[in-house]
Design a protein around this ligand. Structure first.
Ligand SMILES: [Cu+2]
Length: 148
């Protein structure tokens, strides 16, 4: 009796996907057509296993505004993944951690264009930078720190 109901319960379970949820996550990137470091960041995401769609627009400010990403944290491009905003040269490892943690948040930002961030490689030079998590009230916390 107990055994039969257990088997019934198991059969009723949906098939569990064998891949991690973020494995096939698609990032939609909005960038200016003349932005080369934006394309380098797209390549960085693809190399990390993300599918990427690119929309070329003159100014990404409207996308930031729509997503709730503050202008003070602006980078050179804006991505969207699973409802989160990705502003600027955010490392793919931090995007994966974001998708694993699924915080209540607007998304992640790397303001400006720090040299040494993914897509902003310039020889051996590495400027220190932080990845900022922005919550739905626009508050910032440090999500990751990269030293020089
Ligand atoms: Cu850039």
């Amino acid at each position: 009796m107990h055994r039969r109901s257990l088997l019934g319960a198991l059969a009723a379970l949906p098939l569990l996907p064998t891949l991690p949820a973020h494995a096939a996550s698609k990032v939609h990137v909005y960038k200016n057509p003349s932005c080369g470091c934006c394309t380098a960041w797209v390549d960085h995401l693809k190399a990390a296993g993300f599918a990427v769609d690119v929309t070329e627009i003159d100014d990404t400010a409207a996308v930031r505004k729509r997503l709730g990403m503050p202008d003070r944290l602006a980078g050179c491009h804006t991505g969207i993944v699973e409802g989160y905003a990705l502003e600027g040269h955010v490392p793919a490892a931090d995007v994966k951690r974001l998708l694993a943690l699924k915080p209540q948040a607007v998304g992640l930002a790397v303001p400006g264009m720090p040299v040494g961030s993914p897509g902003m490689e310039y020889g051996d030079r590495k400027d220190p930078y932080k990845v900022i998590l922005v919550d739905r009230k626009g508050r910032e916390t440090v999500f990751a720190s990269y030293p020089a």
